[in-house]
Write a protein that binds this ligand. Sequence first.
Ligand SMILES: [Zn+2]
Length: 247
Amino acid sequence: MLHLTLSNLRKGASVTPIIEKLLIVQDVDVRIVRMSRELTDIPARKKDILARLEGHHAAVATAREVLKTRQTDMRGLEGEIETHKSQIRKLREQQMQLKSNKEFKAMDLEIEVVQDRISGVEEKILVLMESVEAAQQEIRFAEDALKKEENALQSDLNLLIQRVAEVEGEIARLRTQRNALASEVDPQWLRPYDRIFKNKLDLVLFPVANGICGGCHMKLPPYTIHAARKPSDVVVCDYCGKMLYTE
Ligand SMILES: [Zn+2]
């Protein structure tokens, strides 16, 4: 027999055997509801973990994409330099063919213009090199963050999967237990209890203490208090609809 604790039955309080049985059924029912809620919440928790993992993977992919773009830009600039250099080589070859000093000097100026262009591109390359390094750094950051969290998130995910199996097993076990316990409860009590429990999915049985309903804390009329004292009567609170009993 499983150990059952009756959280809502005060120590030393005495109730009729039927209420005692019903309180045990209620205890099991509340546990089943609580565990079912946990099961319901798990897909959202899994989704949250997967989204965080996905976020890290996306950050790494984005950082790699940025680096790729900057490297492409770099190759473009290096290509520009090659073009300018071959233009200078051609101009120099042409310069060798020139006869007059004036033409020679004019060609020098032309070459200088191209060399200035090369300097301009080289400056761009220096700036771009810094941003390539920054992109490489960004990839390392993103990869580190992924690595750091991946194991923890993966183990959270595994724990949730494990938890589903545990909770499902526990619910099945509690249901079997609940059916066995409920079969011992007089249907006159079990039926209204079941109806109220299904409606509220929360505690159904409340003691009357000092003429007050333990469920809603309203002062009960004398006839209700009187009826709740009779072990044979099923009494429901007029205000909150919960079942009343006297300790
Ligand atoms: Zn009440």
